[in-house]
Write a protein that binds this ligand. Structure first.
Ligand SMILES: [Fe+2]
Length: 199
């Protein structure tokens, strides 16, 4: 089953700046994503994206909301429409006249699956955070103290062990990191710091 989207243009430029509230995004998630674990994943990526926008990109409130929404919605259709992920959420956001940048960000969060290249920093960061966020969470869950005391070097060690969280593609992670000017270590530390209290 190909997840290729077959296009590179998303949404209507006339809708630039049109976002939705966090409450609206949560209500969409509650309708579309019964799986609590998957909802948590999206909330974690959202927290990390928002923090990065504010702390590293000097984003204003509206831009930070856009980064947060991208995280919150990027896998919204995964549970109900696994074969059509992420076409369904993209079409839903287009129907709702949402900002094309936000839709493009979701469309490019897995370039090797969806065939859409990450263009701007927001696109590249969601790609870098997505797989690693899940991986860091898996590494935290197996520890008695979870995130408390979790160190980057122990996450790196797990990455080198193919049997651990084997479904997480190391190739994807390396590809995503190669597209940004930040090290794997820095990104892992940022994820640990910003998703540890999300629930
Ligand atoms: Fe994801």
């Amino acid at each position: 089953m190909s997840h290729k989207l077959g296009r590179n243009s998303f949404g209507d430029p006339v809708n630039a700046g049109n976002l939705m509230s966090i409450e609206e995004a949560h209500s969409l998630l509650n309708d579309w994503v019964p799986n609590e674990r998957l909802r948590l994943h999206m909330k974690q990526v959202a927290a990390v994206m928002k923090a990065w926008a504010i702390e590293r990109e000097n984003a204003d409130e509206q831009t930070a909301l856009k980064w947060e929404l991208a995280g919150l919605l990027h896998d919204a259709d995964w549970e109900k429409y696994p074969d059509e992920h992420c076409r369904i959420i993209i079409e839903e956001l287009e129907k709702r006249n949402i900002d094309p940048d936000l839709i493009h960000c979701i469309a490019s969060h897995g370039p090797n699956y969806f065939g859409v290249e990450p263009n701007n920093t927001m696109d590249k960061m969601i790609y870098a955070f997505d797989e690693l966020s899940g991986f860091v969470h898996a590494a935290a869950l197996i520890r008695p103290t979870r995130y408390e005391g979790l160190e980057v070097k122990s996450v790196l060690k797990r990455l080198k062990s193919p049997a651990f969280a084997a479904q997480v593609s190391r190739e994807e992670i390396n590809d995503a990191i190669s597209r940004i000017d930040h090290s794997l270590e820095e990104i892992i530390q940022f994820i640990i710091d910003h998703q540890k209290d999300v629930n």
